[in-house]
Write a protein that binds this ligand. Structure first.
Ligand code: MTE
Length: 334
């Protein structure tokens, strides 16, 4: 096993993001708008070429049918243009997903193909000036989309680098028009068993629920995702709207959001309710705080053979550590 021990973000040169790979993906999207594309062009790093082609073709078909396709590729945010590592090949990402509504294994992409992306509405309720339900296309078009390349670290000790498209979570909160008494932003996934068979597994506390404080939601890194790899995102990534909080373990990044609630009380989140001894509310990445059943010191970089040292706050401490000043008594890292 190859163990790497980079200092901070001083990563081996060959791990630096090759701009050519990245730019090719952006150019690819323009090709999608123009018609069928050569999926194999992006699929090379993934297992058997035909399987890779199939999964990328499925993602491209979903993107082509998406009513917001014309918004892609969105302008790249220069402050988040380079995550310091190679972007995870799209086919690897498309075939290694956590989305328990479709099953408790990673190969859920075929099942997720049945997710009805439209019509889709998002409800805003709780401590808001006025409760409302908004059509997803109206919501997305009310936002300024941009692209950001983020590191994505799962609590299961694997990681990826993903070029997401979306908008800051603080813009979604502003759209909700919260009352001054709101302290938490709570987000939920759809809960219709006709859409996803896993929802019939009664022992899970559906719907998948996550939340952050209003202060965390206001941090510039907190991102609401609508697209990935330069096009509307594939179903298995949590279409048509998901969260990504790059300094937290991936389970905080709730997928396929249908409800945004502003609340005074801290919510009990999905994994916290299921296994409170293993998963908490804060879930900030920290290599020094092991999961009760495994170490968090290192991570397996998907799409490569590498294992690298995990960074506190997934390397985003400069931007987020201040959020947790004076909270030493809280379980910030589980
Ligand atoms: N959201 C919902 N609704 N259902 C899930 O099972 N899994 C979480 C998170 N969001 C999950 C979810 C976990 S554990 C992780 S690591 C990330 O989604 C995985 O995102 P990815 O499949 O895009 O890598």
């Amino acid at each position: 096993m190859l163990i790497k021990s980079p200092r901070g973000w001083e990563l081996p040169e060959r791990l630096a993001t090759p701009e050519s790979v990245y730019l090719n993906r952006r150019q690819l999207v323009k090709a999608i708008a123009a018609g069928p594309i050569a999926a194999a062009a992006v699929a090379a790093p993934f297992g058997p070429a035909d399987a890779a082609e199939e999964v990328v073709e499925a993602a491209n078909a979903q993107a082509e049918a998406d009513p917001t396709l014309d918004l892609y590729p969105a302008p790249l945010n220069g402050a988040h243009a380079d995550a310091g590592r190679v972007v995870t090949p799209e086919a690897d990402n498309l075939t290694y997903n956590n989305f328990y509504e479709f099953g408790s294994h990673k190969q859920i992409w075929r099942r997720a193909g049945d997710l009805p992306r439209r019509p889709w509405a998002v409800a805003f309720d709780g401590l808001v000036e006025e409760e409302k339900t908004v059509d997803i296309d109206t919501l997305i078009r009310a936002m300024d989309l941009e692209e950001r390349v983020y590191r994505h670290r799962c609590v299961e000790a694997w990681s990826m680098v993903v070029p997401w498209t979306g908008f800051p979570l603080k813009d979604l909160v502003a759209f909700a028009r919260p009352l001054g008494s709101a302290r938490y932003v709570v987000m939920q996934t759809f809960d219709d068993v006709d859409w996803a068979p896993g929802l019939g597994q009664f022992w899970y506390p559906w719907p998948y629920t996550e939340g952050v404080t209003v202060e965390e939601a206001g941090n510039d890194l907190a991102f609401v995702v609508t697209g990935a790899y330069g096009k509307p995102m594939a179903n298995q990534f949590g279409a048509p709207l998901r969260l990504h909080l790059p300094w937290k373990y991936g389970f905080k990044s709730v997928k396929s959001i249908v409800r945004v609630s502003l609340a005074e009380e801290r919510p009990t989140t999905f994994w916290e309710e299921l296994v409170p001894s293993e998963y908490g509310f804060w879930a900030n990445v920290n290599p020094d705080v092991p999961h009760p059943r495994w170490s968090q010191a290192e991570e397996r970089v998907l799409g490569t053979q590498d294992r690298i040292a995990t960074q506190i706050y997934n390397g985003y401490g400069e931007q987020v550590a201040a959020l947790y000043a004076g909270m030493e008594d809280e379980s910030l890292f589980m």
